[in-house]
Design a protein around this ligand. Sequence first.
Ligand code: NAP
Length: 289
Amino acid sequence: MPKNLLITGADGQLGNEMRNILAGDKTFNSFFTDKETLDITDAKAVYKFIEDNHIDIIVNCAAYTAVDKAEEDIIDCAKINVDAVGNIAGAARNFGAKVLHISTDYVFDGYNYQPYEENDETNPKTNYGTTKRDGERMLLKFAPDSIIIRTAWLYSPYGKNFVKTMINLAKQNKTINVISDQIGTPTYAADLANVILKIITAPEWMPGTYHFTNEGICSWYDFAKAIIRIYGINTCNILPIKSKDYPAKASRPFYSVLDKTKIKRTYGVSIPYWEDSLHKCIEILKQNS
Ligand SMILES: NC(=O)c1ccc[n+]([C@@H]2O[C@H](COP(=O)([O-])OP(=O)(O)OC[C@H]3O[C@@H](n4cnc5c(N)ncnc54)[C@H](OP(=O)(O)O)[C@@H]3O)[C@@H](O)[C@H]2O)c1
């Protein structure tokens, strides 16, 4: 019999990629919800949904993700990224469901000089990062057998993201300044959805925290250059600038490369190089435009 799977935040970037990957899947009877259909801050609604639909696995793609706005919108951000994760964890524990939750490189301070491992000390520097770290703790307190995947620099053909922003800016401008002193790894949401499917269909549920991004390392400047080169825009020049010359409400980590050894060893996944996946996403964006 197929298991009942709940995808929360299904209208977001990752949620949409989960919809794609589960289309036609027979392993699961999938329920896709977002704010309108299941507001995860509503504890009663969360408990009722999970009980009524006999949910076996919850993949929580819902989150408050506006990093700068989160510096002011402190209460709402905590409601979604911390308290609501507690609702999901509590309901899962009550009704015997498993939880796979998504977290972020922002739980770290970005001062490392080598890729962050899962057990490295967290030290978030922003309100968004703090709520995501507290969300992880909340989840593990009530549902310690959960799986957490920390990811970074997520993009897709859906919603707002760096890839779509760069393409739009490059079409309208002759030069764009992009930060070159922040280093990380882009993650194509479709690749993350792929690994999530692998994890939830694995013969054994292996709780713990895992890191996942694409392979490779680059700066935002390198990323932007690759985006407009692959898209084929040759009328715009990308110029490197320093973080200090691009003030934002929330500070960004200087170094947010995540070590993926654990997820690769545990699940035997081979992860695409970031530029290869960028090609795939841009192909879709071009088809859609
Ligand atoms: N984007 C990144 O660069 C990045 C990097 C590292 C980690 N992550 C993590 O990866 C996960 C997926 O990110 P994403 O980029 O796919 O996020 P996203 O596109 O912002 O999607 C999040 C979805 O959650 C929904 N949502 C917000 N509040 C909700 C609520 N109370 N109840 C139900 N749904 C609610 C949002 O709806 P509205 O749009 O209507 O608010 C949105 O559809 C998140 O946990 C995020 O923290 C993201």
